[in-house]
Write a protein that binds this ligand. Structure first.
Ligand SMILES: NC(=O)N[C@H]1NC(=O)NC1=O
Length: 173
């Protein structure tokens, strides 16, 4: 899909296509549509990121809360979004043994209790073996720093999803 096609989309089409660039937050795509035309794929990705930066802290926390746990109950039940399913499976999180799943569930619960939002990580930039260590490391970070880190991961996930939608040859920075 080229940028001309993106710029010619009406509101409904744009939100249909880009509504899950930020997991379960179509309102982000709804806001970004108003900022067209976009120069290129990078510019489009920048608008998604910049919108997240303009949100007040409760809005940023709300975006994080829309993310399903990594290797959580939704993966078990098969109720993840198609994108999330692909990302989590690709990272090997659907093939964890019971012990590893339990360990992650415990860490996810500790993280949520400490920060008030779920642990978010771009699974495609990681793998199942690395997730528990990264979760344990971030669990010790100060809350303001962790909010920034988690939002950075949301942006990475979004850039990868946009690259999928716009074509791999336009892979975004
Ligand atoms: N919790 C969390 O990070 N979830 C997300 N990460 C990712 O790459 N896909 C997701 O659903």
């Amino acid at each position: 899909m080229d940028i001309g096609t993106v710029n010619s989309m009406d509101f409904g089409e744009f939100v249909d296509v880009f509504g899950n660039v930020v997991e379960r937050c179509p309102v982000v795509a709804a806001a970004v549509w108003s900022q067209r035309p976009f120069r290129d794929a990078d510019d489009l990705a920048e608008h998604f990121s910049a919108f997240l930066d303009t949100l007040p802290v409760p809005g940023q926390e709300g975006v994080l809360r829309c993310h399903p746990d990594l290797a959580g109950s939704e993966l078990q039940r098969g109720t993840l979004s198609a994108e999330s399913q692909r990302e989590q499976s690709g990272a090997g999180l659907a093939r964890l043994g019971a012990g590893e799943r339990l360990r992650l569930a415990e860490l996810n619960a500790q993280y949520r209790a400490r920060f008030g939002f779920p642990f978010v990580l771009a699974a495609r930039r990681s793998d199942a073996a690395a997730v528990p260590g990264e979760l344990a490391r971030r669990l010790r970070c100060p809350p303001e720093q962790e909010l920034r880190t988690a939002l950075g991961e949301v942006k990475k996930i979004g850039r990868l999803r946009l690259a999928d939608l716009l074509g791999r040859d336009r892979a975004l920075r």
